[in-house]
Design a protein around this ligand. Structure first.
Ligand code: GLA
Length: 404
């Protein structure tokens, strides 16, 4: 055998051995990741001051203490690639550079995320990572990046499994644990193949600022809160610690009604979606702050079992969702899809709630549970009928605990 051939064989054996060991970083996103992202409010109008001020605000207004950890820069931070192909930050928007910005964010006890794309160009027309995956992952690692959102624009001719696996391997090779947030919009059912590739995957196209609507662009649609919720049907079996169904970034605090904001936040919490804020956290109303820092709702999202809720009953415009929690506890959400105030009358003992997936059963005929309303703090127990009135697009969120 010729020497060159032997070399080639040795090289490909190495590649195979390397890839066989490539895997995503474990231990990240053991519970759904929490943080902020620039896109929903600022789109391409971003710069280093905004990112620094956002990090400062997250500390001042209690978001960091509530658990929000990642400060994520979305599309449009990019400058050009240098003569060696190394990506640079836009020198006008980020004159101090990404390393300095990462140091600043880390100095505040927070983590920093960045955005790229499988294609040659991002959705905003900036340089994507195609053909530069290993180089980009190394650059991000050298800057101190903790989180990579990886988009699916300009992906023509690419195989989704291959494209996302390549970036996962590149992150692994770069050696820095960076959470890999796949943004493939659910086009190729990532829940079926990405458990070992990403820490979360978007399940739908982009969210739109409405509670109940579809907004059609030329070739795709953006979706309201209820539309995204409906698209989660059947996906819960694929979600769990380290690999979450991502329902997209939150629109809380951006113009929905207060009841709609509460329902939106509760639904994302119940379905164990990442909680990535999309509002301007430098100026939030007290109502928005109260919703986003609600400890009880966040605790439901961050429950360590990581079991996604399911809709166990629909009665007219009311939906009933349940989520098994650690320690034998449960969360329950009642959602009013209608635009009318709607009475709720729920006789606990009429229903035996049985989760085939987790094998958990909520049987209030055998055990009395006490409940606490996460929004109002009101308490009660399952021996008495639950009677309430839900506001248009409103929710009740209860945490149930067996009475000792
Ligand atoms: C896509 C993503 C969005 C956002 C934009 C940026 O639409 O799904 O979340 O990142 O690109 O251009």
């Amino acid at each position: 055998m010729k020497r060159s051939m032997l070399n080639m064989l040795a090289l490909s054996a190495c590649t195979v051995a390397f890839n066989a060991h490539a895997q995503k970083f474990d231990g990240l996103a053991a519970t759904p990741q929490m943080g902020w992202n620039s896109w929903n409010t600022f789109a391409c109008d971003i710069n280093e001051k905004l990112i620094r001020d956002t990090a400062d605000a997250m500390i001042k207004n209690g978001l960091k203490d509530a658990g929000y950890e990642y400060v994520n820069i979305d599309d449009c931070w990019h400058g050009k690639r240098d003569e060696k192909g190394v990506i640079q930050a836009d020198p006008e928007r980020f004159p101090s550079g990404m390393k300095a910005l990462a140091d600043y964010v880390h100095g505040k006890g927070l983590k920093i995320g960045i955005y790229s794309d499988v294609g040659a160009t991002t959705c905003g027309g900036h340089p994507g990572s195609r053909g530069h995956e290993y180089q980009d992952a190394q650059t991000y690692a050298a800057w101190g990046i903790d989180y990579i959102k990886y988009d699916w624009c300009d992906s023509k001719g690419l195989n989704a499994v291959g494209a996302y696996t390549t970036m996962r391997d590149a992150i692994r090779a770069a050696g820095r644990p960076m959470l890999f947030s796949m943004c493939e919009w659910g086009d190729n059912k990532p829940w079926e193949w990405a458990k070992d590739v990403g820490h979360s995957w978007r399940t739908t196209g982009d969210i739109y600022l409405c509670f109940d609507c579809e907004f059609s662009e030329a070739s795709y649609s953006r979706w309201g809160v209820l539309q995204i919720l409906d698209k989660q049907a059947g996906l819960r079996v694929h979600s769990g610690p380290g690999h979450w169904n991502d329902m997209d970034m939150l629109e809380v605090g951006r113009g929905l009604t207060e009841d709609e904001d509460r329902s939106h936040f509760a639904a994302w919490a119940m379905l164990a979606s990442p909680l990535i804020l999309g509002n301007d956290v430098r100026k939030m109303s007290d109502a928005t702050k109260r919703i986003l820092t609600n400890k009880d709702v966040i605790a439901i999202n961050q429950d360590k079992l990581g079991i996604q809720a399911w809709r166990f009953m629909q009665a007219g415009q009311l939906e009933y969702w349940a989520k098994p929690l650690d320690n034998g506890e449960w969360a329950m959400m009642i959602l009013n899809r209608s635009e009318q105030p709607t009475p709720v009358s729920y006789q606990w003992t009429n229903y035996r709630i049985n989760d085939d997936m987790s094998k958990r059963v909520l049987d209030t005929t055998k055990t009395v549970f006490t409940w606490t309303d996460a929004w109002t703090g009101k308490t009660g127990d399952t021996s008495k009928k639950l009677e309430s009135k839900l506001a248009p697009h409103g929710t009740i969120v209860l945490r149930l605990k067996a009475r000792s």
